[in-house]
Design a protein around this ligand. Sequence first.
Ligand code: SF4
Length: 357
Amino acid sequence: MNNKYFASTLLEWYSLHKRDLPWRNTKDPYIIWLSEIILQQTRVAQGLPYFEKFIQNYPKVEDLAAAPADEVMRLWQGLGYYSRARNLHYCAKEVVSIYGGRFPDSYQGLLRLKGVGSYTAAAIASFAFDQAVAVVDGNVFRVLARYFGISTDIASSKGKMEFEAIANQNISKDHPAEYNQAIMEFGSLQCTPKNPDCTHCPLKANCFAFKEGMVEQLPVKINKLKVKTRYFNYLYIRCGLNVIVKQRGAGDIWQGLYDFPLHESKRELISNIEDLDMFSNIESITDKVKFNPQSTFKHILTHQRIFANFVEFTINEKSQEQLREWVKQRGFEMVDMETLENLPKPRLLLRFLNEEK
Ligand code: SF4
C-alpha cells in the first residue's frame, strides 16, 4: 500500500501550517537528537524552555559530555522521566569518546547509541541525513490508524511492527525529513486525540475513520499498566542554615536526584511521629517538631501514585557535631540551603519547598 495522495497532502498541509521551532531549521544531528530526547513524552510548550537551556549551556556535544552529572540533572529538573537525562549524558560521552564527536550517519548506527530507540534514530537519520526512514510516535500512530483504519493495538509488538511497515511504505522518498515532520505536526495540530478538526481536514475524503464514524475508536490502545500506590514519610531535618539530604540510588524512581531521609510505610502515611523509625535517633537533639498529618502531597507518575508527608525537625545547633556523625553513618549529606537549591530534586520536593517559602 503506497498512497502518494496521502504523503503529498500532508506535505502541502505542512507547508501552510508548520510551527517555526528552533530544531526544525537545522541539519545538525546534535541539536536534533537533543530536541528529540527532550520532547519524548513531553509537550512542545513544556519542552521548549528546557531545549533552550541545554543549548545555551552546552552548545556542542563535547560541552554536554564534559558537564558534571549533577549539573545535567539539575537542568533537567521538573521534566520527569529522569532515566532520559542519564541516558542523554551517557550518550553524549559515547559520541565524543567512541565517535570523535560525530553522530553516526545511518539509522542502524544511531540505534547503537544509549537511549536512542527506533523513533529517535529515524528522526535523526531523516532530519539530519535525509534518509527515508519513517518515524512512528503517538501522533503518527493516531493519523495512520484513523486514515487507513487500522485497529491493531498500538501498545502491542505486533501493532508496532504493522504501523512501522505502513509508515515506511508511505514515506515520501523525495522529502523524507519534511514528510516525517509533516505527519507528526498533523497529528499534533489537526488529527488530535480529542476533537480532531475533521471538518477542515484535507484528508477527510479518503479517511477511513471519518467515513465510518470511528474517529473516537481509533487508535486502539490496550492499557496493561499497573499503577502502584506508595507512602513517603519524609524527615525534613534542619539545623541552623543546614538541611539533611540523600542522593537516591539505583533500582527505584528518581535515580541520582536528591531528596530527604525517607520512611516508606506500607498502607498509609504515618499519623504519629513515633512511627518514624529514624525518630528515636534524633529525638534527644531535636528542639522542635512540626508535623501536620492532614497536610499531604499527592504526586502522580506514569506507573506510581505517591502520597507524601513532610515532618520538620529543628535540631539544636549545639548538637550539630552529633547530627553530622549520624548523617555520615546513614550515608546522608548535610548541605546549606543554597546548595540544596542547586541540587537536582524530584518535582515532589520542589512543590514542598515552594510551599515552605
Ligand atoms: S478526517 Fe479527521 S480523523 Fe481523518 S485524518 Fe482528518 S482529522 Fe484525522
